[in-house]
Design a protein. Sequence first.
Length: 949
Amino acid sequence: MRTDAFALRHIGPRENDLQHMFKTIGVESIDQLIYETLPDDIRLKAPLNLEPAMTEYEYANHIQQLGNKNKIYRSYIGLGYHPAIVPAPIQRNIFENPGWYTAYTPYQAEIAQGRLEALLNYQTTVIELTGMEIANASLLDESTAAAEAMALLFDVRTRDKKKSNANKFFVSEEILPQTLSVLQTRSTPIGVELIIGNHETFEFGNDFFGAILQYPGKYGQVYDYAAFISKAKENEIKIAVAADILSLVKLTSPGEMGADVVVGTTQRFGIPMGYGGPHAAFFATKEEYKRSMPGRIIGVTVDANGNRALRMALQTREQHIKREKATSNICTAQVLLAVMAGMYAVYHGPQGLGYIADKVHRSATTTAGALSKMGITQTNTSFFDTILVKADAAKVKAAAEKKEINFYYVDNDTVSISFNETTSTKDVNDILAVFAEATGTTAETVSALGDVNTIPASLNRTSTFLTHDVFNKYHSETAIMRYIKKLERLDLALNHSMISLGSCTMKLNAASEMLPLSMPNWNNLHPFAPLEQAQGYQAMLKKLEEQLNVITGFAGTTLQPNSGAQGEYAGLMVIRAYHQSRGDHHRNIALIPASAHGTNPATATMAGMQVVVTKTSENGNIDVEDLRAKAIQYKDNLACLMVTYPSTHGVYEASIIEITKMIHENGGQVYMDGANMNAQVGLTNPATIGADVCHLNLHKTFAIPHGGGGPGVGPICVAEHLVPFLPTNPVIPTGGSTAITAISAAPWGSALVCLISYGYITMLGEEGLKSSTQHAILNANYIKERLSGHFDTLYSGEMGRAAHEMIIECRPFKANGIEVTDIAKRLMDYGFHAPTVSFPVAGTLMIEPTESENLEELDRFCDAMISIRKEIEEATADDKNNVLKNSPHTLAMLTTDNWDLPYTREKAAFPMEYLHENKFWPGVRRVDDAYGDRNLVCSCAPIEAYMEN
Ligand SMILES: *Cc1c(COP(=O)(O)O)cnc(C)c1O
C-alpha cells in the first residue's frame, strides 16, 4: 500500500477502524452505505475527469515552480492595494498558526475570547483612525464595503420624511474604478440611481439621499471635503467616505469632517496583496445606525460572575432573523485578516504607525521634488502617498519594466505612482532613473528622504489615536509573541478538537495546502499587475476553475465572490442578466423553501427579487406540491428557485430531479446553494440534479480555513447558457462576453487563498475527493448510530440514513429545564465546540463531523454527548444550579476556596477521563448577551477609564 497519498492524511478513519464502523452502522461496506444514502437517479455515471493526485512532496515542488512564473515587480500601482510588510511575529504566530486560522466564527463566545479581543483591537483602530463612533469586525473588501455603505444610507433614508422617495446616490469621479463597478452592480436591482460627477460642482438636489467620496482621491489628490459635507448636511444628504487607512494617521479624519459612514481596506496594515485578497475591509459609522450596520460587531459585556467578557453584539440583526427584510447578506467576513491588521496596530502602536505614514509621505514628496528638478511635472497639489506625473506613458512603461517596476498608467501622458511602507531611497532613485530614461533627462539622485509636507494645514491630523494601553505595550517581539499566545490559548480551534458544525464543514486545513501562502512569489502580487507578470496565478486559477467545472458538472466558473453569500448574489445577478437578455425583465420571483439559510432570502432581496417562501413537509423535505402550486401560480414572473442540496436538514431529497424540472417548465432557473457540497463531490453534482448555477464555499468544502470567521471564497459555477454573464472587473477584464459588472473589488477575488483549494483538489484527485465524501457520510452515520437511543435524529433519508450531517432533537429536554444552549455550553467543559445551534430548526443541534476526524475523536465526542445526556436526565425543571446551567466552568471557579456548588469539582471540569490529559479552559463564564446589547461598547475602553481605577 502507498503511504504517501495525501488522502491518507486528509481522511481520518483508518483502514482497520472501518469494520467496527460498518458494524455499528449495520452495513457491509462503504459502497452499501452510499447505496442506502444517495438516490439512484442522481448518481454520477462516470468518475470525475481530474488529473491523477499529486503527493504532498510533488505538490510542494509543483507550486514552487508555478510560483516562479509570477514576476514580482516593485508595485506603485496603488488603487487600493499596496505592498506591505507583514511583521514576522504576526506571520509566524497568527498567519501560519492553526490556533488562529482554523477557528470558527466566534458564536461560542466563552471559548473565543482571544480572537474577540483581537477583533476589538481592530475595531478600536478603525474607530479612532476614521474618527467614527462604532465599527464592525470587518467586511469583504473596500468596494463591497462601499456598496454596503450605499445600501445602509438608502435603507435609513426613510427616517427622514423628505427623503423617503429619494433614490439618487452621488458618486465622486475620484472613486476607485473597481468600487464604481461594484456600486453599479449593487445599485440597479434595489432601485438606486448612481450619479457620477465632480464633487466641486455637484448640485445638491432633493432627490439625492447620499453620496460617496474617495479620500484621498483615486490618483492621490487630497481634497478637503468639509465644505462639501456640511452643504450635504444642510440638504439632508448622508455622506460615505472611502478612505485610505494609513493616510488617516496624518490626515484629518472623515469623522471630524462630519461623515456618516467611513469604509476602506486595512490591507496595507501588514497584509500581503495576494493578487487581490483576502484583506479585511472596514466599516465605521455612527451610533444611530448600529442596528443597520452590516457584518458582525464585537461588543463588551459581562459573564455570569459580572466579569468583563466579549461577544458578537446585536446578533439579532443577522439575516437568519431578518431574512428577506435584511439589507445585507454578509455572513463570513475577513476575521483572520482583521486580527492581523489589528495586531499590526498593536505591534507598531501610534508612534510606529506615525513613522510609517511619515515615511510613505516623504517618499512621495521627495520623488515629486526630484522630478520637478528634472523638469517633469507632478500635478497633485496636496497628496499623501500618490503622485501624478506628466510624461509619455508608453516610454515610462518601457523603461520601468526593464527595472521590474510597475506604475499605473492613467492615460497616454499621465503616470500615477503610489508609495508604500517598503519604499527605500534606492527605490526612489530607481524611479527617478526610469523617468530620466523615458524623458531623456539626467536623473536627480537623492541620498535621503526629504522632509516636505504637502498636506494643507486644515487637513493635518491633530487628534490623537490609539492611546489605549494595548497599543502601547507590545512593541518588542517577546511582548507581542506572548500577547498573541495568551489570546490564542483562550480560543478553541481545530488543533484542539473536532468542531462538528453542521452546514459549516470544519474539515482539515492541511499544512501542505497552507504553506504556499507564505511564498513571496504568491503573496506579493498586485491584482492589477499586467497579466504577463501573473502567469503562475493565471495558470493556477484557470486550473482551479476547470477542476470546479468538472466537480459541479458545469461549463464555467468565476472565483470573484469572496464569500458564500457573495456567491449567492453573483448567481442571482447572473440569472437576472440571463432573463433580461431574453427580454424577460419582469421575471423577479424567487421561490425559497422555509428551511433555507438566511442568506438566501437576503440575497434575493439584494438582487431585486421578490421572495416567495415555500413549505417544508413533515419529514423535513421540500413540500413538492406546495412548490408546484407556487411555481405555476408565479410562472409568468418566476426568476428562480434557491435550493440547498442535500437539504439543510441533511437529507438527499429523492424528488430533486422532479423539483428542478418543474422550475424549468415554469420559466425559472435553479440556483443551488452549495454549502453542502461536501456531501456531493464525486458522487453526484449540481448539473446532474438539474441546477443551472451553484455557489461553492471553498472555505467549507474545499479546505480553506474559516480563520475565525473569514476569509471565504464563494465561486459560482454555471451551465453553458449562463457563462456569458459571469462578472468582469473594470481594470483587468474577466468573465463572460456580456459580463455583469463587478461583484467584488479584485478580478479573481481572494486569489491567494484559492491556492488552498487548488492544492486540496490537486492532491486528492478523483479518488481522494470521492473517498472524502464517502467518509464524510460514513462519519456522520457512525455518530448517528452511536447517539441513537440517547438523542433522536430529526430527519433521515428513505432508508434511514443521514447524508454528511444530521440534526438531533433537544427540545424535549425543556421538561428537565435544559435548553439547547446549555448543551452547547456544557460541551465546552468536555473540550468540544458545539455543533450548529438552532439552525435550521430551533432547539436542535446539527452535527457534521467531516471526513477528517478519526474514529477515536468521533467516539470521544459521542461519549461526551452521551455523558451530557445522563446529566440532562439528572436535571429538574426548577433547578437552576446544576452542572449544565452553570457551564462552562472556568479555572477560576474550580480553584476557588469556597466551592459551594451541589456537585463535585471533578464532575464540573473533568467529567471524563480524557480531560485529565487534555483540558481546555473556557476564558470566561457564560456571557450575558442581553446586557451587551443594551450597553453597546465596541472599542477598547479609552485610557481615562483605566486611569479612574
Ligand atoms: C455558510 C452558508 C452560506 C453562506 O456562506 P458565507 O460564506 O458565510 O457567506 C449560505 N448557505 C448555507 C447553507 C451555508 O451553510
